[in-house]
Design a protein. Structure first.
Length: 119
């Protein structure tokens, strides 16, 4: 129970310093923060699932201890890195396209602003 209380306290701890502001409306910043937290959680879940799949393929059956102590080899690490890059690129496709529009020499400012607002 003590470990659970420590974990909960750490998870609810406030960061030091001022909260970053990316948008005009504070609600949008909170939604963005929630979204990025979910992106991180899904990324961790994907890695854990990859661990389970690799161990099952190797051993046929596994324990929680096997999962907790698994360390990917170089090949698995490279495959995971590629998987994570593809995942991040899919998530960030909209903002990246808006930035690309900004980099075009003849990009109309109003059009780019609308792209960024719709993300």
């Amino acid at each position: 129970m003590n470990d659970q209380i420590d974990w909960m306290a750490r998870a609810n701890a406030k960061a030091k310093g001022k909260r970053p502001e990316y948008f005009d409306q504070p609600e949008d910043d909170r939604i963005y923060s929630i979204l990025m937290a979910l992106v991180g959680e899904v990324s961790v879940m994907r890695q854990r699932l990859d661990t389970v799949e690799r161990l099952l393929e190797e051993k046929g059956q596994i324990s929680r201890q096997d999962i907790e102590t698994y360390h990917p080899d170089r090949q698995a690490g490279q495959e995971r890195g590629e998987m994570i890059r593809e995942y991040i690129y899919r998530i960030m496709r909209g903002p990246m396209q808006a930035v690309e529009e900004l980099q075009k020499p003849d990009a109309p400012v109003e059009e780019v602003s609308n792209l960024l607002r719709d993300i």
